[in-house]
Design a protein around this ligand. Sequence first.
Ligand code: NAP
Length: 287
Amino acid sequence: MATINSETKLLGLIGNPTRHSLSPLIYNTAFRVLGLNMAYMAFTVERDCLEEALTGMTALGFKGFNVTIPHKEAVIPYLDSIHSEAKMIGAVNTVVINQGRLYGYNTDGVGFLRSLEENNITPVDKEIVLLGAGGAAKAVATVLALKGAKGIIIANRSLSRGQELAARINSMGVSSQAFSLGDLSKKVDLDQIDIVINATPVGMYQNKNSDLIAVNSLSRHCIVCDLVYGSKKSSLLQQAQKLGLAAIDGSGMLLYQAAEAFSLFTGLVPPVAEMRKELDVALCQIM
Ligand code: NAP
């Protein structure tokens, strides 16, 4: 790491918990590669300390910060300005601080889109099934709708949350329906689906996600994505691979949401290849 001195510019992540975050590794790699006198740290911030944390970072001259669970929505009232895409998503994961003013963005959706693009996949005219309706699902659904998806079917554990997201996507002019997870296979012709995306934490670590969707009902051309990442593929991706379907994990989204935020923070092109190399090494150590 470059020497930290009185000129070092600070960036950080706020959330709770943050101790397993790979963001410090990704950003500090980029700073080292580009020779920038900047440093990135992760801070665990309790819900009732959010305002003090923002005031503190602004007072200390931070260039900006990333936001993760549980502050992505809670941070919005404290911002001076919010980018239109983040407004549509209803959540912010990146805040740039400029002359004491706070500018909010959401790079999760575009990060996912870039991970599709690097696999030569476009959402244009695609029928998509999205499992989940939480923060990540909202970001992904909004960007897919903006980028020309034909239809987005949302399957969520709590139907009302899925319906809320479907209504938002419909209001953007893209067809969207919501089902409970249990009803998905009964009500949707799964072999007509082009892309399936798991945006729930089911399938992380020892959890199994074999029940989320009947993978064997999907067509051979279907692409299966899981936003989770780690050394092992989730059970959803393992099933997809066994059936010969394309399977994409969340590591590309993680990398590219950071790459987009890096550009917002610094105005520079991030050294993506080196960032990915370090990330891949770290991911190998995640069970
Ligand atoms: P979130 O806002 O808490 O939403 C969680 C979603 O998962 C909700 O739809 C929730 O359903 C559903 N869910 C939770 N537990 C479930 C269970 N046991 N069975 C069925 N559904 C369940 O979380 P998030 O921020 O959207 O994150 C979701 C996943 O995406 C996490 O695994 C996270 O690590 C991953 N993620 C990855 C990236 C990346 O860069 N690759 C970025 C962001 C998030 P209800 O609405 O019914 O509660």
